[in-house]
Every structure is written in structure tokens, then in C-alpha cells.
Design a protein around this ligand. Structure first.
Ligand code: SAM
Length: 278
């Protein structure tokens, strides 16, 4: 269960806003590092949401995917989207569970992926990413010794400097980024949980969020539902951001302001971390 986002409610609009950005690179990295054809691999999509990445991987030829998520609402959407793959056995299991633990026997999977999931495990005010560490320990147990771990995340530095809508209120952004592990924190957690980081990649562009460049987006509640960032904002903070945005719009400066405060197309928004078990 996410510590701050209600995904049963978010599941209604999730697929209007999100895409499986980077799934092509992910499929290639999984195949290369597992050293087997995709068709022979079994991947756990941990925190699968509505199954966008699972669907993309199956379309690229991955043999079997198991879905796990804490939200029954998200899993219902995934089951509809992946009905054919469930029927054909390409989706091996659909499991509703809150991590940690990861409820599978040792060495069950060739690869485990967490796409935009790990920052939901520890809440605002929790320190030390205890839930992430427990979940990575469990991942080490359920992934095969020659297997592979994929994590996609937004880094604190990216969120602080690259995303235009986080620039309206940096105090709010500083509060939010506390739930995002930095690369240094990931590195420590990999040492503790016995993973070795093989590669880190940034994807340039904002395509995982449709309408990222809707400059009036923050005025619209359903647009704000596209990012858990807004869950950290108080009513008052949202009112102040809306006021500032309306002023920029009225003065004709909004587009320029967004351009000046955004680096998604130069620095990127999403970071991919690829690891092997030690
Ligand atoms: C931002 S969504 C990402 C969904 C999907 N991986 C994607 O990239 O489209 C985060 C997902 O993680 C799930 N989640 C959050 N905390 C969880 C936990 N402790 N255990 C299992 N799933 C969790 C949520 O229910 C939600 O579906």
C-alpha cells in the first residue's frame, strides 16, 4: 500500500496520463544481462499498477510475467488490459500484496522490476528507507542468483531542478524529495542487500506523463492526480501555486516561465538503475 497515494481512486484515471516509457531499453537490458532469450524469462512486475510495463515486456517477447500490486483497483485495470496474456498463461499470476515481504519462494524470477514504486514504500517522516531496504532484501531472495533487478525512479536532484511544476514552491518540493532515495542512498542500500549496480541511465523527455507540458495543468485536479508530488501539497500551497500560475498567464509569461524552469528535455526526468545480485 502506498504510504500517501490512494491508488484505488487513482486507478480510474491512471492510464489517461501514464505510458511505459523506457520499456524498450528495459527489455534489452534484461535480455542482455540475464543472457537468455526474452521468451525464456519470467519477470516479476513488483508494484505493477495497471500493467503498462508488463504489457510492453510481453509485446517485446518476454515469456512470462507475474503481477504484484497492493491496490485491487490498479490490478483490476491490469487484468482487463492483459486479459489475453492471462488467458494464454503469459501472465503467470496476479497477486494482491503489500511489500515487504514479497510472497514468493526463493529464486522464483529471472528479473524483478520496480517502476516508480519504491518511493511509495516509506512515508513522509519515515527515515532510513526501512521498507525499501526490506523490499530489496526480499528481491534478492526471490530473484535467481544469475538474475537481474530494474528500478525506475525520479531522483531528488532531478525533481528539485528539472521538473517545471516543482519549481513553484521549493519548500514543498524539498518535503516531497525526502521520499525519493538519491543515488548515494541507493548505493548504500545495494551494499546492504547484496546487489551490484551495473548501469544507471537517464531518459530524456517527459513522455511517461501525458500532458506534462500542459502549462495550466496545476489548475486541474485530474491533471494533478498524474503525479504523487501533489499529495504532499496542502490546500493552501495549491491555492498559492494556482494564484501564481494565473498571474503568469494573465501577464502572458506562463509559457516562458515553464520553459525557463524545465529541464525534462535536456536533463530528463526518469532514471533507470540496473543491478545484478552480488
Ligand atoms: C506510480 S504507480 C506505478 C505503477 C506501474 N509500475 C507503472 O509504472 O505504471 C505505483 C504503484 O505501486 C503500488 N504500490 C505502492 N506501494 C506498494 C506496496 N507497499 N506494495 C505493493 N505495491 C505498492 C501502487 O499501488 C501503485 O500501483
Amino acid at each position: 500500500m502506498s504510504k500517501y497515494e490512494d491508488y484505488n481512486s487513482a486507478s480510474r484515471n491512471y492510464d489517461n496520463q501514464r505510458f511505459a516509457m523506457g520499456s524498450d531499453v528495459m527489455a534489452a537490458m534484461i535480455q542482455f544481462h540475464c543472457g537468455k532469450p526474452l521468451k525464456d524469462l519470467h519477470v516479476l512486475d513488483a508494484g505493477c499498477g495497471t500493467g503498462n510495463y508488463a504489457k510492453a515486456l510481453i509485446d517485446y517477447g518476454v515469456g512470462q510475467v507475474t503481477l504484484l500490486d497492493a491496490s485491487p483497483g490498479m490490478l483490476e485495470k491490469a487484468k482487463v488490459k492483459l486479459a489475453d496474456a492471462i488467458e494464454s498463461g503469459k501472465i503467470k499470476e496476479v497477486v494482491e500484496a503489500t511489500m515487504p515481504p514479497i510472497p514468493f519462494p526463493d529464486a522464483s524470477f529471472d528479473a524483478v522490476m520496480f517502476n516508480l514504486v519504491l518511493h511509495h514504500l516509506d512515508g513522509e517522516g519515515d527515515t532510513g528507507f526501512r521498507m525499501v531496504i526490506e523490499t530489496l532484501k526480499e528481491t534478492r531472495r526471490v530473484v535467481r542468483p544469475d538474475g537481474f533487478l530494474v528500478i525506475s525512479t525520479c531522483l531528488p536532484s532531478t525533481c528539485l531542478h528539472s521538473v517545471w511544476f516543482t519549481q513553484f514552491n521549493l519548500k514543498l518540493t524539498e518535503r516531497y524529495v525526502k521520499v525519493l532515495p538519491s543515488l548515494e542512498q541507493f548505493s548504500e542500500m545495494f551494499n546492504t542487500t547484496k546487489f551490484e549496480c551495473m548501469q544507471k541511465l537517464n531518459t530524456i523527455g517527459s513522455f511517461f506523463l501525458d500532458e506534462y507540458y500542459n502549462v495550466e495543468g496545476p489548475l486541474d485536479k485530474s491533471w494533478r492526480q498524474g503525479s504523487s508530488y501533489w499529495k504532499f501539497a496542502t490546500e493552501e500551497e495549491i491555492n498559492v501555486i494556482e494564484k501564481k500560475l494565473k498571474e503568469l498567464k494573465q501577464s502572458g509569461e506562463l509559457e516562458n516561465w515553464v520553459r525557463a524552469h524545465d529541464r525534462a528535455n535536456t536533463a530528463g526526468v526518469l532514471t533507470w538503475i540496473f543491478c545484478k545480485p552480488q
